[in-house]
Design a protein around this ligand. Structure first.
Ligand code: TPP
Length: 680
């Protein structure tokens, strides 16, 4: 494009000034990068992105991920100039209570913000997930490639910090293997981070690294005066738009805080207000009135808001094409409507198996069967594992491996339902988030529960964004046995429960696993599923202890004949031990109710009367049993209760011997029950 005019120059100048003014007004924030990147973001939003500011959720849009979330003004200023609903007053209330312009971009809070960013490395990694999702969705809706309706790009601005973080290496390596041609990253190579010159810690050749990942790399130098070479940058952007078989990295040299006379090129400008004098001096360099702040001349705003018309025209054209496509593809069109509304197909839950009692089964194995059953009725259901598919039971039989058309790997297909994440747990978490954010599908990813630590940043972001990422964590306790303490989660379930808005589901048997999956898909929220490696009995069920109780988080799984003297509350593999204890207690004329509590978060949502029916307040004799640290259980067992837990690391030995040694036995539960009854 060559129609860049004086008003475009002026809009970039104004963007730079707004970045300085917004930070100066509130007294904190990150001006330097937003100043330097103003022409980059302006060019993207005005000239490159396929988007419609009036319809921020338009399915056909390109996605934009500001991975360097600290530079939120880079995004907010363009959302304002493009007409996403942000106004000057929103920039004036930057980083203040209730503003639409919080310190870091927050998904669901500000129209046009596609993802919450701030933890460096996470945005670019989730963008890889978005790019994967775009391909999978194309496969769902247009596998024969009859239309370009479902093709769009994922654009990212990433900083030094983003590329230093390990998660981005994991994700970008996978993006290369996956040949994600729809992924376009602009790397802001300004050589500055908080401690100064990035060369104190970061000297690798990023271009060579990305080439080695299989990326298409273009380097764009800055102008001699330090400004971004807008023409060269836009040329590079246009060039990478036509690159379809490799992800692209535009390595762009910039000078942080350009053109501030003193602040440019300094680490200080990264995260502090420039100060009134420096701002005035910079405004003079920019040709602005140094006495004016938040000054946006009408012609500039009018000009930049023309993107609204362009966006509306793009969207209208897309809508027309969609209508034509829908006529000749009625089934796919119905599918699209269903996916957009996030409805599940009619009677889908009938596909979920029930398991007969009498045969032992690990909950990971039950989960694998349920996943395959669900996959049969939900084409939007896909996922994989970080190289533990056989252990996590996450493979969809016959689903094909999600790999590019050029791949020589077994069962490779570009629209495959099985994702091989490689041994990259953190990236897997972020990629799942990107897939969830992209919209139409439902994806899961598995590893061992102990490695949820490696994913925690991504899990927290899923919870914060309230998006339906499904984390599958098998080998959920010392019950995994011989691999020993490096592989035995002890503190993980309790610590994951600490994350707000994340449900942790730990089913006790195969049928609880089936109901858990049904509930996970109905609820459509961030969730972690903790599954046993070891076989567990499949309980006898009747109307009074149906596994449907899982939907309420906790329920009575075994009720004594007479009024209970004590309540045994257990989760997962410890429920059957609690039931066994209740039988021993019954022989001794002690009535024990057993409560299976697969998901405390779902239980907390229930009515007071339901909670009272499961855990009556006046029944103060209570024992909790969970093969992990006991933190959190006090709330359920009360001052009078007993917590059977594991407060130290495990050991390499058989599951049976560890359960015995650490007190997860019926006999030990019986003793604890008697103690709590005696105190009650
Ligand atoms: C995971 C993570 N670690 C640390 C931080 C704190 N932090 C915010 S910005 C920043 C420096 C970033 O430098 P760079 O990525 O080069 O950004 P620029 O200075 O160019 O804006 C750091 C360490 C963070 N946001 N995320």
């Amino acid at each position: 494009m060559n129609n860049w005019d004086a008003l475009d120059d002026q809009a970039v100048v104004v963007s730079r000034a707004l970045a300085m003014d917004a930070v100066q007004k509130v007294g904190n924030g990150h001006p330097g990068t937003a100043m330097a990147l103003a022409p980059v973001a302006y060019t993207l939003f005005q000239r490159i992105l396929k988007h419609d500011p009036s319809n921020p959720n338009w399915l056909g849009r390109d996605r934009f991920v500001l991975s360097a979330g600290h530079s939120s003004l880079t995004l907010y200023i363009q959302l304002f100039l493009s007409g996403y609903g942000l106004e000057l007053s929103d920039l004036q209330s930057f980083r203040t209570a209730g503003a639409k312009t919080p310190g870091h971009p927050e998904f669901g809070h500000t129209a046009g913000v596609e993802i919450t960013t701030g933890p460096l490395g996470s945005g670019i990694s989730s963008a890889v997930g978005m790019a994967m999702a775009a391909r999978y969705e194309k496969g769902l809706l247009d596998p024969e490639n009859k239309t370009s309706l479902f093709e769009h790009d994922i654009w990212v601005i990433a900083s030094d910090g983003d590329l230093q973080e390990g998660i981005s290496s994991e994700a970008c390596s996978l993006a290369g293997t996956q040949e994600l041609g729809n992924l376009k990253v602009i790397y802001d190579d300004n050589r500055i981070s908080i401690e100064g010159d990035t060369h104190v810690a970061f000297t690798e050749d990023v271009s060579l690294r990305f080439k080695a990942y299989g990326w298409n790399v273009i380097e764009v130098a800055g102008l001699p005066n330090g400004d971004v070479d807008q023409v060269a940058l836009e040329n590079a952007m246009v060039k990478v738009q036509s690159e379809k078989s490799k992800p692209s990295l535009i390595r762009l040299k910039t000078v942080i805080a350009w053109p501030a006379p003193k602040a440019q090129g300094t680490a200080e400008s990264h995260g502090s207000a420039l100060g009134a004098d420096e701002i005035a001096a910079t405004k003079i360099v920019l040709g602005l009135d140094p006495d004016k702040s938040f000054d946006v001349p009408d012609p500039v705003l009018k000009h930049s808001r023309k993107v609204l018309e362009r966006g509306a025209a793009l969207k209208a054209q897309w809508d027309n094409e969609l209508a034509t496509w829908a006529k000749s593809n009625p089934e796919k069109s119905e599918l699209l409507k269903r996916l957009q509304s996030r409805e599940l197909p009619k009677n889908w839950e009938q596909a979920i198996p029930t398991f007969e009692s009498g045969k032992d089964l690990a909950t990971r194995a039950a989960s694998g069967k349920v996943i395959n059953a669900i996959a049969g009725v939900l084409p939007e259901f896909w996922g994989g594992s970080s190289d533990l598919a056989g252990s996590n039971n996450t493979s969809i039989n016959g689903g094909g491996s999600f790999l590019p058309a050029t791949s020589k790997m077994k069962d490779a297909t570009p629209y495959g339902r099985i994702v091989h994440f490689g041994i990259r747990e953190h990236a897997m978490g972020a990629i799942l988030n990107g897939i969830a954010l992209h919209g139409l599908t439902r994806a899961f990813g598995g590893t061992f529960l102990v490695f949820s630590d490696y994913m925690r940043g991504a899990v927290r972001l899923a919870a914060l964004m309230n998006i339906p990422s499904i984390f599958i964590w098998s080998h959920d306790s010392i019950g995994l046995g011989e691999d020993g303490p490096t592989h035995q989660p002890v503190e993980h379930i309790a610590s994951l429960r600490l994350i707000p808005n994340l449900a942790i589901v730990r089913p006790a048997d195969a049928n609880e696993t089936a109901v858990a999956w049904r509930e996970i898909l109905i609820r459509d929220k961030p969730v972690g599923l903790a599954l046993s490696r070891q076989n567990l009995p499949v309980f006898e069920r009747s109307a009074s202890n149906s596994a449907d109780g899982v939907a309420k988080g906790a329920y009575v799984i075994a009720e004594p004949k007479s009024a209970p003297d004590v309540i045994l509350i257990a989760t997962g593999s410890e429920v059957n031990v609690a039931i066994e204890a209740s039988r021993i207690l019954a022989e001794q004329n002690i009535s024990a109710r057993v409560v299976s509590a697969p998901c405390l978060e779902w239980f907390e949502e229930q009515s007071d009367s339901y909670k009272e029916s499961v855990l009556p307040k006046n029944l103060r004799a209570r024992v909790s049993i969970e093969a992990g640290v006991g933190a959190g259980w006090q709330k359920y067992v009360g001052d009078n209760g007993e917590i059977i837990s594991l407060e130290h690391f495990g050991a390499s030995a058989s599951a049976g011997s560890l359960f015995k040694e650490y007190g997860f036995t019926a006999d030990n539960i019986v003793l604890a029950a008697k103690r709590t009854i005696a105190r009650a």
